[in-house]
Structures are given as structure tokens and as C-alpha cells.
Write a protein that binds this ligand. Structure first.
Ligand SMILES: [Cu+2]
Length: 138
């Protein structure tokens, strides 16, 4: 386990303790979650993210403000996973979980405002296990 993984895990665990071990941290209510719009492949820049052992590779995506991205999520692990973006306009998630050995493609648009936005896996306790990443908009 790398140092960064350990510190994210400790942070997640301490946050859970702070709120009394109730709901997972930063889980948006289901009603406000926005399903990703599926656009034809082409307009967005293709970004590949591999999911394995409760981590995203790479853990950071760099995008321009408002840039359209065509995400290709490859699950090389043993569990199903997802990828929720915590955007200012609301959470944006994959159309469905991606199963082990499967690939899912969908399109998103980066926020117009430069900054660092986080994404995480909403499945089970994956977030607490350190399954987080970020998209750096600049
Ligand atoms: Cu996961």
C-alpha cells in the first residue's frame, strides 16, 4: 500500500468516525444524481481509466474547462465498480456499474470552472478503501 493510499484511507475513516459511522461521506442523494448523457463517440477526447484493486489508474485526469471527454473505463479487477464525479452541477455517474473484465464507455463534460474535482466509487465500501481520484480542470 502506498503512502497516498494510506492517507486517503485514514482520512476517509476519520470522516466516517466523525459522522458516527452512518452514511458514506459525500454520497449525493440518489434523486440528485445525474445519469451521464451518452453522446456519439468522436466529439470528446478519449481518456482511458483502468480500475483494479480498488484504485483508478490514473488517479488524476487533466482536462480543459468545459472539455468533452469520452471515457473508456476498463475493469481489470475482481469486483464491479463505478465512477461518480462530484461536479458543482451535481453528481454524475456511469450509466451502470462495470463488471470485472468488462469495459464501459460514456461521455462527460468537464466543469467550466477551473479547479480540482473528485470522483469516487459508490459501490459498497470502496470509497472508504481509498477508491478516489480527481479531475484537474485548467
Ligand atoms: Cu469500486
Amino acid at each position: 500500500m502506498r503512502i497516498t493510499d494510506l492517507s486517503s484511507l485514514l482520512l476517509a475513516l476519520s470522516l466516517l468516525l466523525l459522522i458516527g459511522c452512518s452514511a458514506p461521506v459525500e454520497e449525493a442523494p440518489a434523486a440528485s444524481a445525474t445519469k451521464a448523457q451518452t453522446m456519439p463517440a468522436g466529439p470528446g477526447r478519449q481518456v482511458e481509466v483502468t480500475v483494479k484493486d480498488y484504485h483508478y489508474f490514473p488517479e488524476e485526469i487533466v482536462a480543459k474547462p468545459g472539455e468533452k471527454l469520452h471515457l473508456v473505463i476498463k475493469n481489470m479487477g475482481q469486483n464491479e465498480h463505478n465512477l461518480d464525479f462530484d461536479f458543482p452541477a451535481g453528481a454524475m455517474q456511469m450509466p451502470s456499474n462495470v463488471d470485472p473484465g468488462q469495459t464501459m464507455q460514456y461521455d462527460i463534460q468537464a466543469p467550466a470552472q477551473p479547479g480540482k474535482y473528485y470522483f469516487h466509487c459508490p459501490v459498497g465500501n470502496h470509497y472508504a478503501r481509498g477508491m478516489v481520484g480527481d479531475i484537474l480542470v485548467r
